[in-house]
Design a protein around this ligand. Structure first.
Ligand code: APR
Length: 257
């Protein structure tokens, strides 16, 4: 289970860190209160702040960091059952984790849906508008085309239901870079069996780790990159991970040319 805290090392602000988090810096978008940027009522009133944020988060602008590649390495080793992410930056896909191993619980910019006729559009059909500060509109009915990001009050993607099968099967739960403040995602932290160890890697102590810890919980507070590097060292995977990061970085450099 991961949140915005795994992408801050890539340069993307999280939501709630005082001062640096997105919710502390949305004043520039002229919105009544931070969360409004992900609320449908405000979006239909004024979609521009959301699309301005979308342009800032444009997937091409940022790269995965060692934390994303750690999960990729877990997948390569056949150890990743599923990665549940709250993030909308798409960096899990960029790191090479197959979509079949991902649950993008708060949606993705990879597709969009017309808010009127419900037609679906792939990213290529509307990112140009976003990059040119235009609100994308449906070519059929002229309705606003909204990226498939889950706004507050909207249902989570159907793939989120995979948790019903995954969490009872898990023999280890890793939780990284999240405040565990948003439901129903946060409650997944309670969905593994009572004897399953849970490892929290986060700057702050959060969720039930703070007020209802389990006997097999392990908490590593501090910077996520340093903590992952230490965990990888203990696993003896440092060289493997470095090689993976180098290979993937060369691929991305090649794409940028
Ligand atoms: N190292 C370790 N922890 C970090 C780092 C870092 N470099 N950067 C941030 N963190 C921690 C913060 O201290 C915080 O506990 O990551 C957590 C990020 O929490 P939030 O900003 O609340 O982000 P997240 O948990 O993903 O938010 C959940 O809220 O607004 C909604 O839909 C939005 O998906 C988002 C959801």
């Amino acid at each position: 289970m991961v949140g915005a805290g795994i992408s801050t090392p890539s340069g993307i602000p999280d939501f709630r860190s005082p001062g640096s988090g997105l919710y502390s810096n949305l004043l520039q978008y002229n919105i009544p209160y931070p969360e409004a940027i992900f609320e449908l009522e405000f979006f239909f009133h004024n979609p521009k702040p959301f699309f301005t944020l979308a342009k800032q988060l444009y997937p091409g602008n940022y790269r995965p960091n060692i934390t994303h590649y750690f999960f990729r390495l877990l997948h390569d080793k056949g150890l990743l059952l599923r990665l549940y992410t709250q993030n909308i930056d798409g960096l899990e896909r960029v790191s090479g984790i197959p979509v079949s191993k991902l649950v993008e619980a708060h949606g993705t910019f990879a597709s969009a849906t017309c808010t009127v006729c419900r037609r679906s559009f792939p990213e290529k059909d509307w990112w140009a508008d976003v990059m040119m500060d235009r609100v994308p509109c449906c070519p059929v009915c002229a309705g606003i085309v909204k990226p498939d990001i889950v706004f507050f009050g909207e249902p989570l993607p159907e793939r989120f239901l995979l948790h019903v099968l995954d969490f009872p099967m898990a023999d280890l739960l890793l939780i990284l870079g999240t405040s565990l403040e948003v439901e129903p995602f946060a409650s997944l932290s309670e969905a593994v069996g009572a004897s399953v160890p849970r490892l929290l890697i986060n700057r702050d102590l959060v969720g039930t780790f703070a007020w209802r810890p389990r006997s097999r919980d392990v908490v590593q507070l501090g910077d996520v990159v340093h903590s992952v590097e230490r965990l990888v060292e203990l696993l003896g995977w440092t060289k493997e991970l470095q090689d993976l990061v180098q290979r993937e970085t060369r691929k991305l450099d090649g794409q940028d040319r």
